[in-house]
Write a protein that binds this ligand. Structure first.
Ligand SMILES: Cc1ncc(COP(=O)(O)O)c(C=O)c1O
Length: 388
């Protein structure tokens, strides 16, 4: 009967947190719906799998897991520092870039101050802000895209952090160099700007700002990247950031001593060395994006042109489409919680997985009669590409 237990003893901002809702696992859906094969296109993972070099490194190091990891991730930190031409004291490593987002919020935010981010941006910005006891200011997007001018306008004396996702999840949109440069000129120097560039390696737009290369243009710029997406290591949990040394030092004091496990560290080093895997992943993604964009046009479904490895598709009733696709053995992501109740987000899969999705979508819309050629993605080899 008593609900007056532990809940009443924790701060209201923690009591009211809504848990992050991840993509649903394959095994669970197979069991629930009695399906033999389920295609998961719900978490923006790399359908090509991890890099072979990463796998070899993990296999080699498996017998070493009785030892604690290197708490400073020295080899990886040094390698990232070398690649980006910064001192190792500017490199942050986390149990996924998600952990770094949370640590930034814990270090910089608290009751009485604010973080600014876009409405319809990655959910963790709002969650991490709330968990730190601070107030989140969500700024409306323009055409599904960050409105950097409006974001600067929303910065006030209490603002400590601005979170920017570029490309943004779940819209797949980017802000371009001109808007970014205008933003940098206007943003107060004491506000920490977090550029969450988790999908940067997929972007081919020539106007995409390379925030890592431009990190010196603002004294408090933090650029986040991850090994979960193009590098295919989501299950190992490892992400990194480049930031000012004093902020990296503060986070190093707060983080768990061994926040990045040994296998993740060695896999990341292997993956960084595998340019061919990155190239093939990018090519597979481009072909899948092109195919799914054509499918949407064929089915007369509006979609948001994407620079990442997923597509936001307007299906009418997103929750209904999500359920119907589940029954057909395809897991996508409903995005009502992001303010897009009429859309679903679909991650780009292999040609075969994309085809399963296209056909399930056509069936859901009563358009199974759509010409097969429009709903079947040919394998990449047939197009002279890298293949899966
Ligand atoms: C925009 C964005 N940032 C950060 C993350 C977190 O990635 P991870 O914690 O796996 O590095 C994600 C994951 O989906 C994302 O979409």
């Amino acid at each position: 009967m008593s609900s007056g237990g532990i809940r009443d003893r924790v701060a209201a901002h923690l009591r009211d947190l809504s848990p992050y809702v991840p993509g649903r696992p394959i095994a669970e859906i197979e069991r629930e719906y009695g399906l033999e094969r389920v295609v998961k296109l719900a978490s923006n993972e790399n359908p090509l799998g991890p890099s072979r070099r990463a796998c070899e490194a993990v296999t080699r190091e498996l017998a070493e897991v009785h030892r604690y990891p290197d708490g400073g991730a020295t080899l990886l930190r040094d390698e990232l520092a070398r690649r980006f031409g910064v001192g190792p004291d500017r490199v942050l490593l986390g149990n996924g870039s998600n952990e770094i987002l949370t640590l930034l919020a814990r270090v910089l935010l608290g009751p009485g101050n604010e973080a600014v981010f876009a409405e319809g941006a990655f959910a963790i910005y709002a969650l991490a802000t709330q968990a730190a006891g601070a107030r989140g200011i969500a700024v409306p997007m323009k055409d599904f895209t960050h409105d950097l001018d409006a974001i600067v306008d929303a910065i006030g004396p209490r603002t400590r952090i601005v979170f920017l996702g570029n490309p943004n999840n779940p819209t797949g949109t980017i802000y371009r160099r001109a808007a970014w440069e205008r933003f940098l000129e206007r943003v107060p120097r004491d506000v920490v700007v977090v550029c969450d560039d988790a999908y940067a390696e997929y972007v081919t737009d020539p106007e995409y700002p390379d925030t890592l290369r431009e990190a010196d243009r603002h004294p408090h710029l933090v650029v986040l990247r991850t090994f979960s997406k193009i590098y295919g290591l989501a299950g190992l949990r490892i992400g990194y950031g480049i930031g000012p040394a004093d902020l990296v030092d503060l986070i190093d004091r707060l983080r768990d001593p061994f926040n990045v496990n040994h296998l993740a560290q060695v896999a990341a080093l292997g993956a960084l060395d595998d340019d061919e895997h990155v190239r093939a992943s990018r090519e597979l993604n481009r072909a899948g994006l092109d195919f799914l964009s054509r499918v949407c046009r064929a089915l007369s479904l509006p979609f948001v042109p994407s620079h990442a490895n997923f597509l936001l598709v307007e299906v009418g009733d997103g929750a209904h489409a999500f359920q119907a696709l589940l029954r057909a053995g395809v897991i996508v992501r409903p995005v009502g919680g992001y303010g897009f109740p009429g859309h679903v987000r679909v991650s780009i899969g292999t040609p075969e997985e994309n085809t399963v999705f296209a056909q399930a979508l056509a069936a859901l819309l009563g358009r199974s009669g759509t010409a097969a050629a429009q709903l079947v993605q040919p394998p990449l080899e047939a197009r002279g590409g890298a293949g899966g």
